[in-house]
Design a protein around this ligand. Sequence first.
Ligand code: NAD
Ligand code: GLY
Length: 361
Amino acid sequence: MIQTLRVELGERAYPIHIGSGLLSRPDLLSPHFKQKKAVVVTNETVGPLYLNALIDSLRQAGITAISVVLPDGEQFKNWETLNLVFDALLSNHCERGTMLVALGGGVVGDMGGFAAACYQRGMPFAQVPTTLLSLVDSSVGGKTAINHPLGKNMIGAFYQPKLVLADISTLKTLPAREFKAGLAEVIKYGLIRDPDFFVWLEGNVERLLAGDEDALAFAVHRSCQNKAEVVVADERETGERALLNLGHTFGHAIETGLGYGVWLHGEAVAAGTLIAAELSCRLGWLTAEDVGRIEAIFLRAGLPVRGPAMGATRYIELMRHDKKVMDGKLRLVLLNAIGKAVVSDAADEALIADAICARCT
Ligand code: NAD
Ligand code: GLY
């Protein structure tokens, strides 16, 4: 069964198709190609698994495709790797109407999307996510970026895809550690705005870990629905969209501080979410019981609930690069309750440091 959501962004609206075996559905791809030429951007891990199937589908849809295979890893989400995409686009005479198809996880999707936003000032692109994290989060909403040594996702653009083809059967080959990292972003939706989903997750996290297809289809659909609603309300993050960053300010500090790729993004977000929950509790906004529920679900998902010991000063120094900083003041996504997040500058740095110290090993 295929479920289709639409991200209703006017002339930039697009569908998210969710289901199993969608890589072999040329009919879902063809309506979005103005030109019968595509460049598939993937990496050296995902390419051998899914590139042939996708290129076959494109061929059946009458589309000729070339591919660009990037090195695999967060540490390659940078200018040098991005240039490999531009080299391929130029040497293959790609035009402004050629479709770029990003096949892979969030790293490929973020880089492919940014390349599409820049090439000839914008070419169409499609997201074909293959990790849980990219199925539920990064493929939807048009945030594209590369990292800078001083900060995560610091160079990028808002640039929406023409479609998202979310084939959940690709998760069968995803390593367990990567799957668990994706669960951090799934749990996030429950925490920031969907308390019923949080309760559902409390009852079903083991089904997800066991790869139950019905549970996965439900969780991916519900997550994408949440994401699409937020993006439609606030595409360029002037308000509500910032809530999607729960745990991310601390998480990005962990990723940058340890070196990209040492902790997975979802792992850093999990630990960051517990620091945010701890801080919310210290502000008197969240009960200790709720912090316990949050810790319990992350533990059951096999995710870290404590950050690495980098020292609160180092955390805060790295957090100053966060995109939510305003007039030099840190603003954080905090919780008023499970299912209700807010962006706030209420916590001063001493309190933030206390929460970091309490939640880091
Ligand atoms: P990733 O892209 O690095 O993929 C994780 C690993 O799994 C990689 O080694 C990849 O090659 C491999 N892989 C991918 N699909 C596979 C499959 N089906 N089978 C086997 N192996 C597979 O990591 P990710 O967790 O998907 O994405 C993390 C990135 O996403 C971070 O850079 C983060 O900043 C970004 N992100 C972006 C947004 C956004 O809105 N744009 C949102 C959340 C995260
Ligand atoms: N993952 C955060 C956002 O898309 O806004």
